[in-house]
Design a protein around this ligand. Structure first.
Ligand code: SF4
Length: 233
């Protein structure tokens, strides 16, 4: 069976059955990863926006190292927008793709100043106006900085949604739509954190450790992939 067909097969089941499974997945993963939260450090929506731009193709740990100093130096969108480009590039060089990221940060901050009176907007449609900000970044920002019930579909959320049979889609926007219909509003942000943490530790992209996975009895992937399970619960 092709990967797409396997994903479709795993995605069978009623919405009610999937909603029940989502709640059970959350219950177990909350116990497995107590207190899980966003790994990026920030204290304001602007800081989170900058951190999310820097986090592309970079580890959260590295971003946190870099932003520890930067957030003391640049405190407003005006300060970021007015920074010397060459200096800023040097300051963020270790996060990779530093030229593109410096440009994105400054264009974003300029738009925040000119269109949103210097405040990072809350609404999804407004955030999407910011240069380089897509739905993933906008939803992670809304969920974590403003407490909105938002699902930010990154690579881990997308992979686990597919393996868990919650979405047969590959387009992140469609995965977001599927998950929005299955995850209760009050759990949406935490659900993403749980899947990201699980995706980094156990449900790895290339070799998911299904035998050691605490939610393997709720996941159709091992059966579909014919991976033998040793129950750990
Ligand atoms: S059982 Fe395997 S595929 Fe399913 S969530 Fe666990 S590690 Fe991932």
């Amino acid at each position: 069976m092709m990967a797409r067909q396997r994903a479709k097969a795993r995605g069978r089941g009623s919405p009610e059955e999937k909603q029940r499974r989502v709640l059970e997945v959350i219950r177990i993963l909350v116990r497995t990863y107590p207190g899980v939260t966003l790994a990026l450090n920030f204290t304001t929506p602007l800081e989170l926006l900058i951190a999310l731009i820097l986090a592309a193709q970079c580890t959260d740990e590295r971003v946190n190292q870099v932003t520890a100093n930067l957030f003391r130096k640049y405190r407003t969108p005006q300060a970021w927008a007015g920074a010397d480009r060459a200096v800023l590039e040097e300051e963020i060089r270790s996060t990779g793709f530093f030229r593109n990221k410096a440009k994105a940060i400054q264009e974003c901050c300029r738009t925040i100043v000119t269109r949103f009176e210097g405040r990072v907007p809350r609404a999804l449609e407004d955030l999407l106006i910011l240069p380089g900000v897509g739905r993933k970044t906008a939803n992670i920002l809304r969920g974590n900085a403003y407490g909105a019930p938002a699902i930010g579909v990154d690579t881990h959320v997308a992979r686990l949604a597919e393996r868990l049979g919650l979405s047969a889609e590959t387009d992140p926007d469609k995965i977001e739509l599927d998950l929005n219909g299955l995850v209760p509003d009050k759990e949406k942000v935490r659900f993403c954190h749980l899947l990201q943490t699980h995706g980094r530790g156990i449900c790895l992209a290339r070799r998911p450790n299904c035998p050691a996975c605490p939610i393997n009895q709720l996941c159709p992937y091992p059966v579909a992939a014919a991976i033998p399970l040793t129950l750990t619960r």
